[in-house]
Design a protein around this ligand. Sequence first.
Ligand code: FMN
Length: 371
Amino acid sequence: MSRVEKRKDDHLRLCAEEEVESRSGTLLDEVHLLHDALPELSLAEIDPSVEILGRRLAVPLMISGMTGGTERAKRCNRAFARAAQEAGLAMGVGSQRPMLESPELVSTYRVREVAPDVLLFANIGIVQARDSGPARVRELADAIEADAICLHLNAAQELVQDEGDRDFRGCLDTIATIVSRQTRPVIVKETGCGLAPRTLRRLAEAGVHWVDVAGAGGTSWPGVESFRGSDRQRLLGGHLHDWGVPTAASVVYARRAGLRTIASGGLRSPVDVLRALALGASLCGMALPFLRGFHEGGESGVVDTAAGLVEGVRALMLLAGVRRIGDVEKVPLVIGPQLRAWIGEGRGREVAPSFERTSAETTWKGSDGLH
Ligand SMILES: Cc1cc2nc3c(=O)[nH]c(=O)nc-3n(C[C@H](O)[C@H](O)[C@H](O)COP(=O)(O)O)c2cc1C
């Protein structure tokens, strides 16, 4: 097994077994959707389905990109893919960096045979995209028949890793070039440290339409890396364990920047999914809960995790009094003081014209804010 392969398997094991989550929280628990005791709805008519990037999803939920490159990773990706196909979720693969050196590793990422209808995201780090060029990035997505490409940003993890990258110059230019040359949608994705307004502004100016905020509050990559490597790596990983912009704030910032938003980073329940949608996310992602489902119960553990989330989302939609996902953004909210400290008051006014909302919804937000 090569060093990179060992690292990949170490990551899977550490994430499944250790305390790798940020301790500072997502701040999603500061978002309270008001209960509707008189919903006047039947569960049978609740429809959480959405169409995103040309594919229909049963629920706006994805199994976030985690792995690839080893035999164990292949088993994970297959289980994630079968569960995503069965439950109607989207799915991402983990970084395809190992394929740049060893193209035959594509078999550990390919899932189309078992997931023909799934909205599938390719994945590569921005530094590798910069160094290998837009043509190679497209080849990576072609090789797995992905619908879209995630370019991931993970400066915190790289700085912690003994063998990690140290030079992050030229990444914004790379993003602009890739966005302008790819035929597939490009999603710029953090990996657990979130996205701040100044980052989002520059991404929007570079032509980016979609971000996955992967905010702070869930899996912490500095945290994961603090369980392995040299004393230096362990120390710096510990220092940076809780660094980042909480997921709830990142989602609001992304919507204010006018970007289509995937909410991920510490979403752990159907309530978190509803909260993120209410803040304006189009799609929600979870990584650790599905990995742990696999760790505990194999493929059926992933299927059960997905089914439980889908059932919970439908139940909560009824209790919030909404029949369709597009209406979740209209549910009255109470927002706690900690999240207010990050996002301020009256989000509605600052929301840029969105790519998909109706003018009626925009007017609603404009007049009432989030309350
Ligand atoms: C085991 C594991 C491996 C991951 N590998 C990648 C990766 O290769 N590329 C990437 O963009 N994100 C990767 N992530 C980050 C997730 O996609 C996600 O953004 C992040 O974990 C936050 O979600 P969570 O708190 O639900 O885990 C990984 C996460 C886990 C748990």
